[in-house]
Design a protein around this ligand. Structure first.
Ligand code: MN
Ligand code: MN
Length: 463
């Protein structure tokens, strides 16, 4: 099934399954505009499927055995799910990894100010964005505020039809002669990405009349003080739901396909494992990939191996050597979106080694930039094994590079997983307009990713 248009292979039954899966994915995407919201959804999906909370099991000193299903919610931003296999953990696991943080605009710690009758939130963007794409469109505000008394306010404003939205202004074309001549990186400076949040003044206030009115509103509506922004994580994202694209409705325009389009099928594939798998299977859904896998919830932290250590200790006597063997013997698909070939920008692609929308899940043996720098570069032996699994399971798949040599590049979490010595390869769904507010994917590639993940969990063996 290497390099074939997946749509041409579908029967009526396939198309029915594809549409059902795409519908579930749309719901996941619409309910998960932040990493926290994705984890909340993942936890409820896992609990519904009979997975138990690992932290609870640790407290109870429970013993785990083959067939047991557990999940871990790591700081509400990363998520792990496991089904224990017949083989001991030392034989390695079959792991699906993906990330749920997406490029966006974050609110600063001291953000509220007023200028000439308009109240703003000052911001700092997160991840690689073309700043000029994030102006003049409806924006929503999602996240949490931790008040001084420790209570948590959860916010999601701008998604319901009668919600207000927020807005970042752009310069009118009539006065943009100088702006239009600037380099795209300078058209909208990062410091100017400030969010408009209000406009009506408080008559009684002596100065900062609009700001005073907005702070009053926040206090009444959310019991929130200005200082509470200090302990808040508020993310500005495009407002509104994922939409079907095209007369044939074959594509989806959504916010955060990178990398929720890999995270959702990865979680679902582990939840859908029936009976006891031969090897322990795992979905590892992580945060902070877009800013270098840093922080306590990024893949650079040790929460994954610490969680596997906990799991190990609940199945048999803990040994550090055993843990090391478990990790080194594992097989992993590090799933992240790849650049879909875009005929409008053909010059940055090399057609023979590009991923095409509709040709299925794509494997990047390596990513990186300037001579594979920062790449994982999977072993040929592992690629060989994966290739056979995909063909045997009739998955539509392709191989690709992230654009032409020297055109740019990018990295994923694969090189961090490889530090344990495990076999890992980058794999994912091709996307058009990656990191734009609304990214585009083919439903076929989403469905093939789900098929790919199921086949990998069931059939991957030590290489
Ligand atoms: Mn990504
Ligand atoms: Mn990305």
């Amino acid at each position: 099934m290497y390099k074939k248009n997946a749509w041409e292979s579908y029967t009526k039954t396939d198309l029915k399954k594809l549409e059902a899966f795409a519908k579930d994915y749309r719901a996941f995407l619409d309910n998960g505009k932040t990493e926290r919201e994705c984890v909340t959804t993942a936890v409820s999906m896992a609990e519904k499927a009979g997975f138990r909370d690992l932290d609870q099991l640790i407290r109870e000193g429970a013993k785990l055995k083959a067939g047991d299903k557990v999940y871990r919610n790591w700081m509400n931003k990363s998520f792990l799910a496991f089904v224990l296999g017949e083989e001991e953990l030392d034989a390695g696991m079959n792991i699906l990894g993906a990330h749920i943080d997406s490029p966006r605009i974050d609110v600063k710690q001291n953000p509220v100010y007023e200028s000439d009758g308009i109240c703003y939130l000052d911001t700092h963007y997160y991840g690689g964005i073309k700043k000029y794409q994030w102006v003049a469109l409806p924006l929503a505000l999602h996240g949490v505020v931790i008040r001084k008394d420790g209570t948590k306010l959860t916010v999601a404003i701008g998604e319901k039809a009668d919600d207000p939205v927020f807005y970042i202004s752009d310069l009118l074309i009539h006065l943009a002669q100088e702006q239009m001549g600037k380099k795209a990186t300078e058209v909208v400076p990062g410091e100017n990405l400030d969010l408009i949040i209000g406009h009506v003044p408080d008559k009684k206030a002596e100065k900062d009349k609009v700001k005073t009115a907005i702070l009053d509103y926040l206090k009444k509506e959310y019991q929130m003080e200005e200082e509470d922004f200090i302990s808040a994580e508020l993310e500005i994202v495009p407002a509104g739901p994922t939409r079907e694209v095209g007369f044939d409705r074959a594509m989806l325009a959504g916010y955060g396909h990178d990398d929720r389009v890999c995270a959702f099928p990865s979680i679902q594939a582990v939840l859908d494992v029936t009976g006891t798998p031969k090897y322990t299977v795992c979905a590892a859904i992580t945060d902070k990939e877009e800013i270098g896998s840093v922080g306590a919830t990024g893949w650079g932290a040790h929460y994954f191996e610490n969680t596997v250590a906990e799991l190990y200790a609940l199945t048999k006597e803990y040994s550090e050597l055993g843990l090391k063997r478990t990790l080194a013997n594992s097989r992993m698909l590090s799933s992240d979106v790849s650049a879909g070939y875009d005929p409008n920008f053909a010059s940055v692609f090399e057609r023979k080694n590009a991923a095409f929308l509709g040709e299925g899940v794509c494997f990047n043996k390596y990513t990186g930039s300037r001579g594979k720098s920062g790449s994982n570069d999977a072993n040929a032996e592992f690629m060989g094994a994966v290739r056979k699994i995909m063909d045997d399971a009739k998955v539509s798949w392709q191989t690709c590079e992230l654009g032409r040599v020297d055109a740019g590049g990018g990295g994923t979490i694969a090189y961090l997983c490889a530090k344990y010595g495990m076999n890992v390869i980058d794999c994912g769904v091709p996307v058009l307009s990656m990191h734009a507010p609304w990214e585009l994917i083919s439903k076929a590639d989403l469905y093939e990713a789900y098929k790919c993940y199921g086949a990998f969990l069931e059939n991957a063996e030590p290489v």
